[in-house]
Design a binder for this molecule. Structure first.
Ligand SMILES: [Zn+2]
Ligand SMILES: [Zn+2]
Length: 393
């Protein structure tokens, strides 16, 4: 591995920042303290700071030379509503809030890269350092875009990164095309006619109709989606009734749909409506289906994926860059940025094995691996130097 010496030197400082962020996790659009720290650190390096995009978002702008090219690097800052079970010194100070996805690490790594880029300036053009709020559920990336991210801070391309437990530190997964799935949600309200449980023939049973819907919906993935494509439909809630001897008027079902292709998403959305309306008609109940589009699939651009892979192969060696990787049905709002700008999102090893390094994201025992700080930071710096080459180095 050819990590940057400066980043190795800064690692204790970055680990300090990372652990401080871990101890003080903040939820979507409330990342005020985090945002203050980011702005302070960027300003200290002489980087131009803009605040307030998507409430707590921060954009740093760093220029070198006279070149007109530009690149965006994005880190997410938010935590999750999870009660941390770790007992180490830097555990969350806030009950029910936790950095269980490593966004503390992503933020610290980009700050480290910013510091080195500001010092060395071995590039020609403009670097946009994008610190984004609310990745977990609220779609902070979309809000930043809606509030003019790409107009106010023009960038030719945009790159993102996420740590990945199960992959060793120093390893990366990089793939063109779909890497993460879309995440949509649906509500199904079934309205029947309530009656005495002993006289079902006098009503129409919303529970029986609802369970038939749950069963029938499972045929969508196997029957309405191309066998080579993937999709997940999970009914995750079923609420109905509150007595032993009453058939209730109503049942409410909720759930999520994940897929990699827009056409599969549309087939699932239409299929849910069709199946529920058909089953409702068969059971003589009314049904209302609401389908809400959330994050789109994350699709890496081929050219930028090639660039990211080459930079990484040069940094950590070819054998540590995995070009074939099983995509995940998890979702990521960086997908919105890639809908607007060419770019690439890579997964970076957080470590393997039992215990902390291999502990999956969103687990109450998760922690970002500080060993990876210099790895991710070096990638950002090398990527900028590659994409905005200086005339002389
Ligand atoms: Zn997450
Ligand atoms: Zn995350």
């Amino acid at each position: 591995m050819k990590l940057l010496r400066q980043l190795e030197d800064y690692r204790p400082i970055l680990a300090g920042i990372r652990r401080d962020l871990h101890a003080h996790p903040e939820l979507a659009f409330e990342e005020r303290r985090t945002s203050d720290i980011v702005a302070r650190e960027l300003s200290a390096c002489g980087i131009e700071v803009h605040r307030g995009l998507a409430a707590t978002g921060v954009v740093g702008t760093l220029r070198a030379g006279s070149g007109g090219r530009s690149i965006g690097l994005r880190a997410d800052m938010d935590a999750l509503p999870i009660q941390e079970t770790n007992t180490f010194e830097h555990r969350s100070r806030h009950a029910g809030r936790m950095h269980a996805c490593g966004h503390d690490g992503h933020t610290a790594m980009l700050l480290g890269a910013a510091r080195v880029l500001a010092e060395t300036r071995r590039f020609d053009g403009t670097v946009r350092l994008v610190f984004q709020p609310a990745e977990e559920h609220e779609g902070g990336a979309r809000v930043m875009i809606d509030e003019g991210l790409f107009e106010k801070f023009p960038m030719d391309t945009v790159y993102g990164l996420h740590n990945w437990p199960g992959l060793p530190v120093g390893h990366f997964a990089v793939m063109a095309g779909p890497l993460m799935a879309s995440a949509d949600q649906f509500d199904i309200v079934v309205r029947g006619r309530g009656t005495h449980a002993a006289m079902p023939h006098l009503g129409t049973d919303a529970i029986v109709a609802g369970t038939a819907m749950v069963q029938a919906l499972q045929t969508l993935v196997s029957r309405a989606v191309h066998p080579v494509d993937s999709a997940v439909l999970s009914v995750t809630q079923f609420h109905a009734g509150d007595a032993y001897n009453v058939i209730p008027e109503e049942a409410v079902l909720r759930g999520t749909v994940r897929a990699f292709k827009p056409e599969v998403v549309e087939a699932m959305a239409a299929g849910i409506r069709r199946v529920c309306e058909g089953v409702a008609a068969a059971h003589g109940v009314q049904v209302e289906v609401r389908y809400l589009h959330g994050y789109p699939p994350l699709v890496n651009w081929p050219e930028q994926t090639e660039i990211a892979a080459r930079v990484l192969e040069d940094l950590v060696g070819k054998d540590r860059v995995h070009r074939q990787f099983q995509p995940t049905m998890g979702a990521e709002d960086f997908a919105f940025m890639l809908q607007n700008k060419p770019g690439c999102y890579v997964l970076m090893g957080n470590g393997q094995g039992e215990g902390q390094p291999g502990c999956m994201l969103h687990n109450p025992g998760y922690d970002f691996n500080d060993e990876a700080l210099a790895v991710g930071g070096s990638y950002w710096v090398r990527l900028v130097e590659h994409c905005l080459p200086a005339a002389t180095r």
